[in-house]
Design a protein around this ligand. Structure first.
Ligand code: SAH
Length: 456
C-alpha cells in the first residue's frame, strides 16, 4: 500500500478515537468518519509498514449502524467523534471497550466478567445534554466576527452556533454577543497577532434551576458599552450571572484567573440529586448533569452505606460524590489536589447544611498514606474518582493496608481502571460489580463504576 493509492475497504472495528478500522489484504487501515459495517472507497494518506491511515472518499455500502448526523459540521468539529454511529451501536462499542480492557489488561476471565458486568447505562435523549459550553470568538477570512468550534486538533474556528450537544439557549446568547460586537465595533481576539478583545464566551446552564451564566473572556480590562450587552442578555429568561474574565496571556488556557461581575451574581446554582451546588465561571462541574446523577447514584448504591460508616472520597473535586455520600454516612473525608475545588467543596457542604464532611487539599497518594501512618485513620468504604492516569501505586498500597470493607472506583479510563483492579484483586479484594455509564454520547469516552469487596 502506498500513499495516494485508492482502495475499497469494509470497516470491521472502531478505533480508540472513533475511526473505522478495516483490512485490505491483511493490511490494517484506519479510516476517519467510516462507521463499523460500512464499505467505503478511501485514499491512503499515510502508509506505514504494517498499518496506514486513509481518508474516506465515498460510502459504497452504508452500514446498518450508520445514522444521519444531526450536526452539519460533525466531521470537521473536534467535539463529537461518532455522531454518525447509531446510539445503540455507540453504547455497544463502549461496553465492549470496558469489557475488553478488563479482560486484556485486568486479566479477568470472560466467564467471570459475564457474572459481574451490568448493562451500560445510556441516555434516553443523547443530545443537548451539556450544561457548559466555551465558544471561541474570532474573525473569518472576510473579516466577519465568527464563533463556533475549533476543528479537530487545530485552532481554526468552524462557524457554528448550533451544537447538538449544547442547550438551545446557547445560540440566542451567541447571536446577542455577535450583534453587540458588530454594532459597537468590539473586536475579536486574534491568536496569532495577540490583538483584539473578546476571546471566548463561556455559557453555563443549570438543568434543575434554569439559571444561566454568561462569561466573556477578554484580552483587556473591560468591555466598552457592556451595559448594552447586559440590556440584551437580561431579556433572556433565567439569566442570573453575567461576568467577564481577564486573560491577556498568550495561552491555550481559556479562562483568566479573576472574574469581574457585569450584572447579577458571580455564580449560578444547580442540583445533583438533592445536593445544591454554587457554580462560578472557574468552578469545575460535571458537564452532563443527567448522567452524573446516575453515575454518583450508582457510586452511592455500590458503597451500600447504613449510616455508621467512615468513608474516604479520593480525587473529590468540588465534593460532588462526598456530599452525596455524606447524606448516608457517619463521616466523609474528601481529598483533592486543587485548592479552589476544595474551597467550593467546603462552601457546598455549608450551603447544604452538611456537617459530617471534611476536606483535605493535597495529592491522594500523599494525604492518605500520611493520615493512615501518622493519625491511624480508618475507612469502611473508600471511593476513588481519579483522572485518566488512574491511581498511584502508593495510594493503592495504602488502601489495601487500610482494609476497607468496600472500594468503589469511578473511572474515566477503563485501561487504567483495569490496571488498578488487577493490583487490588491481587491484594485481597474481589471484583463484585461493574457498570459502564455513558456520560458523553457521540464521543468515544465512557465512564465506569465498579465495586470491590474485601475477601474474607
Ligand atoms: N468527583 C469529582 C471529580 C473528579 S475528577 C467531582 O465530581 O467533582 C478528578 C479530580 O482529581 C480532579 O478534580 C483533579 O483535580 C483531581 N486530582 C488529580 N490528581 C490528583 C491527585 N494526585 N490527588 C488528588 N486529586 C487529584
Amino acid at each position: 500500500m502506498k500513499k495516494n493509492e485508492k482502495i475499497v475497504v469494509t470497516i470491521e472495528d472502531i478505533g480508540v478515537s472513533g475511526e473505522g478500522i478495516g483490512k485490505v489484504d491483511g493490511y490494517t487501515l484506519f479510516v476517519k468518519d467510516a462507521v463499523i459495517g460500512d464499505t467505503v472507497e478511501a485514499v491512503i494518506t499515510k502508509a506505514k509498514k504494517n498499518y496506514g491511515y486513509a481518508k474516506m472518499l465515498r460510502i459504497l455500502e452504508a452500514s446498518n449502524y450508520r445514522v444521519e448526523k444531526k450536526c452539519p459540521v460533525a466531521r470537521q468539529c473536534g467535539g463529537c467523534q461518532i455522531q454518525e454511529l447509531s446510539y445503540e451501536a455507540q453504547l455497544d462499542f463502549k461496553a465492549k471497550k470496558v469489557y475488553g480492557n478488563l479482560e486484556r489488561i485486568g486479566g479477568f476471565a470472560p466467564e467471570f466478567l459475564d457474572t459481574v458486568m451490568e448493562p451500560i447505562c445510556g441516555m434516553e435523549e443523547p443530545f443537548y445534554y451539556r450544561n457548559k459550553a466555551q465558544f471561541p470568538i474570532g474573525t473569518d477570512k472576510q473579516g466577519n466576527i465568527v464563533t463556533g468550534f475549533y476543528a479537530g486538533r487545530t485552532h481554526s474556528i468552524i462557524s457554528n452556533t448550533e451544537c447538538a450537544l449544547g442547550v438551545s439557549v446557547n445560540q440566542e446568547i451567541l447571536h446577542i454577543v455577535l450583534d453587540f460586537m458588530n454594532q459597537h465595533g468590539i473586536s475579536a481576539y486574534d491568536e496569532t497577532m495577540q490583538r483584539g478583545l473578546v476571546r471566548h464566551v463561556l455559557i453555563r446552564y443549570g438543568f434543575k434551576t434554569g439559571e444561566i451564566m454568561v462569561c466573556l473572556v477578554i484580552n483587556g480590562d473591560k468591555i466598552p458599552k457592556s451595559e448594552k450587552l447586559v440590556d440584551k442578555l437580561t431579556q433572556i429568561q433565567g439569566m442570573t450571572s453575567i461576568t467577564y474574565s481577564v486573560n491577556k496571556e498568550n495561552t491555550n488556557v481559556i479562562m483568566g484567573k479573576e472574574i469581574g461581575i457585569l450584572w447579577g451574581q458571580g455564580y449560578i446554582t444547580d442540583y445533583i440529586g438533592d445536593v445544591k451546588y454554587q457554580i462560578s465561571p472557574l468552578s469545575f462541574f460535571q458537564v452532563n448533569p443527567v448522567q452524573t446523577e446516575k453515575l454518583y447514584g450508582l457510586a452511592l448504591e455500590y458503597a451500600d452505606l447504613k449510616g455508621e460508616e467512615t468513608v474516604w472520597d479520593l480525587y473529590c473535586g468540588i465534593g460532588t460524590i462526598s456530599l452525596f455520600l455524606a447524606q448516608k454516612a457517619k463521616k466523609v473525608y474528601g481529598v483533592e489536589i486543587i485548592p479552589q475545588a476544595i474551597d467550593d467543596a467546603r462552601n457546598n457542604a455549608k450551603i447544604n447544611g452538611i456537617e459530617n464532611a471534611e476536606f483535605f487539599v493535597g495529592k491522594a497518594e500523599e494525604v492518605l498514606p500520611e493520615q493512615y501512618e501518622v493519625n491511624h485513620v480508618y475507612a469502611d468504604v473508600i471511593v476513588v474518582d481519579p483522572p485518566r492516569k488512574g491511581c498511584d501505586e502508593t495510594l493503592l498500597r495504602t488502601m489495601v493496608h487500610m482494609k476497607p470493607e468496600r472500594i468503589v472506583y469511578v473511572s474515566c479510563d477503563s485501561a487504567t481502571l483495569a490496571r488498578d483492579l488487577k493490583y487490588l484483586c491481587e491484594h485481597g479484594y474481589e471484583l463484585k460489580k461493574v457498570k459502564p455509564v455513558d456520560q458523553f454520547p457521540h464521543t468515544v469516552h465512557v465512564e465506569t463504576v465498579i465495586m470491590l469487596q474485601k475477601e474474607n
